[in-house]
Write a protein that binds this ligand. Structure first.
Ligand SMILES: C[S@@+](CC[C@H](N)C(=O)[O-])C[C@H]1O[C@@H](n2cnc3c(N)ncnc32)[C@H](O)[C@@H]1O
Length: 276
């Protein structure tokens, strides 16, 4: 049997001991509630080595000391370690449920609570615009994320052409401009749709959230999986408290809250309603 020696370890520019990884895990949990699994060790090294280099530092210790005292480096640290995977109309059944909900209720407020690069809140905005046959509606859509880099991308609303390939043509035509010349291969969300969404930076593990209830629908998808159970429960409790009695909470495909029977009841696939 051959022993596999990680090539990366021997060629690493900065020493990265188990203790360094533990310190990163603890810091990320403290600042963002995110539980980094041990499997992410290599990813952490490569993403943070870039920051250590950028700040002309020599070790992970020095870097974490900087993160502790500098707000701007803390922001970079969080941006570097978040997972931002998303897509337009991801988990499409939620958008069908949203369209149904809009047809039956007088909706005023929707919150997309981990909006990443914007595909999710813009998908919500498309469904709202279609429900009203107009970009001008009474529905306020708030989209938030802890990561300032993805929020900037979301606000810009520029995506690779391939990212809208699965969206039906009529939606592509109504909601996107195709780039030409230097922008060939890119699309931009039309201004009217962009204006329907208000983006803000928000840490779900902060004690206070700058979002006003009561809310009709909360999309909080594929972020709770990064939190431990007590944090999940705290966030869920707070969110459910902000929902209208008829409101909906949309969870990610691997997020299950069926056990919190005193808080929510399932009303569809990963869709919950507050209990009376
Ligand atoms: C995997 S993406 C999910 C994006 C989208 N909701 C979806 O399902 O397609 C997870 C997002 O959660 C954000 N996030 C992680 N921890 C957070 C926290 N404590 N507060 C707010 N957002 C957080 C990340 O920055 C990332 O953009």
């Amino acid at each position: 049997m051959t022993t596999v020696v990680s090539k990366q370890d021997s060629t690493r520019e900065f020493a990265f001991e188990k203790a360094d990884f533990k310190n990163v895990q603890q810091m990320l949990f403290k600042k963002a509630g995110i539980n980094l699994s041990d499997a992410k060790e290599a990813m952490v090294y490569s993403r943070l080595a870039r920051r250590i280099r950028a700040r002309n530092l020599r070790s992970f210790n020095d870097y974490l000391a900087l993160v502790n005292k500098s707000e701007s480096e803390l922001e970079q640290f969080i941006n570097a370690l978040t997972t931002n995977l998303t897509s337009f109309f991801r988990e499409p059944h939620h958008f069908t449920a949203l369209a149904d909900y809009l047809s039956q209720h007088n909706v005023t407020n929707i919150w997309c609570a981990a909006s990443s690069t914007g595909e999710e809140p813009y998908s919500i905005a498309m469904v709202v615009a279609e429900a009203y046959g107009s970009f001008k509606t009474q529905v306020k859509i708030i989209a938030s994320d802890i990561d300032s880099k993805v929020l900037a991308k979301a606000k810009a609303g520029v995506y690779p052409l391939a990212s809208i390939a699965k969206i039906p043509l009529h939606r592509q035509k109504q909601f996107f401009h195709k780039g030409k010349g230097a922008n060939e291969g890119k699309v931009k969300v039309v201004d009217e749709l962009r204006n329907m969404v208000q983006f803000k930076k928000l840490n779900l593990t902060d004690a206070k959230w700058d979002v006003k209830g009561p809310l009709d629908v909360i999309f909080c998808r594929n972020v709770m999986i990064y939190f431990d159970k007590p944090t999940q429960l705290k966030v869920l409790q707070k969110m459910v408290g902000m929902l209208k009695p008829s409101g909906l909470y949309m969870a990610g495909h691997s997020e299950n809250f069926n056990m919190y029977t005193n808080l929510v009841r399932p009303v569809g696939k990963t869709i919950y309603r507050p209990v009376d």
